[in-house]
Design a protein around this ligand. Structure first.
Ligand code: NAP
Length: 280
């Protein structure tokens, strides 16, 4: 039976630590707001935005909501970002993705000042992470590192296999595991013999976006399994990329969906906001 890695509990610990830190910073006169921009009214995005605003309220950071209509032009969005870049009291700028098709996400990400890039998506943040310089870390992979460390999973010297190479999860995940001295293998849709490679993993991180794809044949006895995927199954229940019931008896530790990686992403976003306030 695997230990269930409780992302809800660990994210709560982190938010409580951040709440204390925010209060201490406020006492020193260091305050700041997170600007949250949503374009359009995609229901899933609205839930994420609401959760982010609630997290800000919990730890004691002001959030400024910009709810823009679907037909907002790229130029209008870039103008708003340019204004927020100039506002001293705004310490973080978050543009909820995905954006409507007529707006180029890369252009928008690159318009955010790297000093306010609390999502950690700007090329400068990614570059800093790659060479181990200070900067904002991408929230989901940074949250997974915290999950592992706070659950007592040793990373150094372990073989970590990452499934997925997206810019927001797979690639930064591999880099952060490398930084923690894991031996890292990155796999993707063109990888051959995926089950065989995964069976070599001491730590398997699955970010492929395929509902309940990974079954027992991918898992070494005693491996730690981190499931990044979020989907709705045919009964509208949340599930991950991993067949939880099948893998739980084989793994030594596993994250559930929901309640695993998901809550950590917001906790790390808050961590980046507090870091930004601290840096002034
Ligand atoms: P993505 O951009 O769709 O990337 C998926 C990756 O998986 C790609 O690199 C793809 O390979 C690889 N892949 C797809 N099918 C594969 C296969 N059969 N074998 C091996 N590799 C395969 O997805 P993402 O943005 O990284 O997100 C992944 C999942 O995590 C999604 O379910 C997403 O909703 C979830 N997510 C959760 C959180 C959270 O906070 N919990 C945050 C972000 C994302 P190619 O590069 O070759 O196409």
């Amino acid at each position: 039976m695997a230990e269930i890695i409780d992302g809800k509990k660990i994210s709560q610990q982190i938010k409580d630590e951040l709440k204390e830190k925010t209060a201490a910073l406020r006492a020193e006169g260091k305050i700041g707001a997170l600007a949250v921009i949503q374009v359009g009214a995609d229901p899933a995005s609205s839930v994420y935005v609401r959760n982010k605003k609630n997290a800000c309220a919990y730890i004691g950071i002001e959030s400024l909501a910009y709810e823009l209509p679907e037909e907002t032009t790229e130029e209008e969005l870039l103008k708003l970002i340019a204004e927020l870049n100039q506002k001293h009291e705004v310490k973080g700028i978050l543009v909820q993705l995905p954006l409507p098709k007529h707006i180029c996400e890369d252009k928008v990400i690159q318009a955010i000042s790297p000093t306010k890039d609390v999502d950690g998506f700007h090329p400068q943040s990614v570059g800093a992470m790659t060479i181990g310089e200070p900067g904002f870390l991408s929230c989901t992979p940074a949250g997974i590192i915290q999950l592992l460390k706070r659950s007592g999973v040793e990373i150094a010297g372990k073989h970590c296999v990452v499934i997925g190479r997206s810019n927001i999860v797979g690639k930064p995940m591999a880099l952060l595991m490398l930084r923690e001295n894991a031996t890292v293998t990155v796999t993707h849709s063109k990888t051959q013999n995926l089950p065989e490679i995964c069976r070599q993993a001491d730590i398997l991180i699955v970010a492929m976006g395929k509902p309940q794809f990974i079954g027992a044949e991918y898992i070494k006895e005693g491996a730690v399994v981190i499931d990044v995927g979020i989907h709705r199954d045919q009964n509208n229940k949340l599930c991950g990329d991993v067949k939880f019931e099948e893998i739980e008896p084989i793994a030594s530790a596993i994250t559930p969906v929901p309640g695993g990686v998901g809550p950590m992403t917001i906790a790390m976003l808050m961590n980046n906001c507090v870091q930004s306030i601290e840096e002034g």
